[in-house]
Design a protein. Sequence first.
Length: 109
Amino acid sequence: MQRVSANTEQTNEFLSLIKKRWSPKDFDLEKNISPENLQLLFEAARWAPSSRNEQPWNYILVKKDEPEQFEKMIDVLIESNKTWASKASVLVLTLASLRLLRSVIFRRM
Ligand SMILES: Cc1cc2nc3c(=O)[nH]c(=O)nc-3n(C[C@H](O)[C@H](O)[C@H](O)COP(=O)(O)O)c2cc1C
């Protein structure tokens, strides 16, 4: 298979995206993340590389309009995170298996 190398324009675009990213901690209670954007986020997450391609992650997603589940998720956070996380429209808990589950045998080449 032929490798496709990124051209300068794509590289600059990618670096520019990285430079512009930040960790938001002040959310507008009136706004909700759209299902399309949520879909995009998980699409990006599932392309992450993993050891032996185990993809050992699972996600639990709760929305603000599911108050009981939302509160349970807030409860597991440390106090300093509860303040800003309570205003988010969606919370996602990432779970990762620390044991290899699928690839039992792995031979060194
Ligand atoms: C592994 C990791 C854990 C983090 N944990 C927290 C956290 O518990 N609470 C929080 O408010 N920010 C957390 N942050 C956000 C960092 O504080 C933030 O990335 C850093 O201050 C740089 O700011 P920026 O992301 O806006 O550039 C975490 C970031 C990383 C990478």
